[in-house]
Write a protein that binds this ligand. Sequence first.
Ligand SMILES: *Cc1c(COP(=O)(O)O)cnc(C)c1O
Length: 474
Amino acid sequence: MAKPAPTRPLRPATLLVRGGQMRSNLDETSEALYLTSGFVYDSASQAEKTFTGEVSHYQYSRFGNPTIEMLEARLAQLEGAEACRATATGMAAVSSAMLSHLKTGDRVVASRALFGSCHWIVSTLLPRYGIQTEFVDGGDLEQWKAAFKRPCQLVLLETPSNPMLELVDLATVCELAHEAGAIVVVDNVFATPLLQRPMKFGADVVVYSATKHFDGQGRVLGGAVLGNKKWVEEVLQPFVRNTGPAISAFNAWTILKGLETLHLRVPAMCRSAAAIAQMLEERAEVERVHYPFLASHPQYGLAKQQMAAGGTLVTFDIKGGKEATFRFLDALRVIDISNNLGDAKSLITHPATTTHMRVPAEERARLGISEGSVRLSVGLEDVADLIEDIAAALDAAAVTPAAPRAKSAGKQVVEDSAPVPPPAPAKPRGKKAEAPAPAAKPAAPDLFVTAMQDLFREPDAEPAPKPAKRRQKA
Ligand SMILES: *Cc1c(COP(=O)(O)O)cnc(C)c1O
């Protein structure tokens, strides 16, 4: 017998660990993985009654599966939404939310700064089905107002946007959209439900790529659509049930386990991102830093109103065009070049030549994406290592490759880039450590100990005094 459910509303961290769990009669601790495509019936009559809806029984995992339902329930509770449907990918979530709601003759207004595939759906796919679409600059309320002069059935927007981290005023745009008769679909991937609750500002539907922060460890693809019960059951559910963007139970289970640490990972990543954004603002090699919680962000006031923190992504423009920017990217030794985001590993991408390569140059310029723009997804590594990595790579970016000294300096970086060995566990540190170290191998400060102290310090406590200056390498 299950324990009675708690009577008080639970806080987000608790929901992320326990929300939606259904224990089987075997009383397992962890969420069970029901890796099964279908389900069996006790009798022909039970099968019949299941199909008529007289009894509630699982039928087929495209329609419903207990592991997937646990994920859906957890996400709905976290978002404060009435209902949720999980999907195979974030794009399945976006396309299902839109296509289930729209029909020929409808009109869609979208913010211009959208994830590449979302942009393709609006610009290319929907018009093929006789759906009119229009893009506006998401930060410009006058453009939204002008677009809503004609009837509109659906609005799609992303805030903060990929990759330039521009914001849309959720409360105002939702109000205007509703007056025009549209539902508002918000792609909340960059903010996560911990930093921004679009429904509080009037959004009707929220979509996620669970591939990003929810899994958070680079393992599986997934997505989710959240909305009110009536829309999810009457509009979305028939569409997903019959068109089949269902998530695998294994992926749903992996994401459920990822969610258990979301409230620890995202704030830690945001703290590091903010520190990196500040550090970048002071570097001469950087033209501009885009981060919602920097006072220099043009929508800083709005960011503070609708977001709890600045997010886990930092975008910045490097001086010197593509060449200097590629030198910077190639000189990174910790941060990986990859177009994913929200991962425990810090990942960096050059949108102009990767994710936004297919966007025409003119439109790219309009979005603010230059040849020097890079988007950094800040991970869970020690922020000091990330800052040192970025600083060294910016030094490299500023170096002209033609200069003969630069070549050998670059080579040396490679040779020195072996990972710092973990401190030898057996060697006791004490008075012995005070003894003068041999000149060739000076004793390094105990990075492991200082890092552990940093890890357990309260986030807003005074930073610890830095250890004595690190000795230069011989
Ligand atoms: C990644 C992403 C998507 C698409 O998600 P997939 O899981 O890759 O299909 C949609 N919107 C945003 C903002 C994203 O970052």
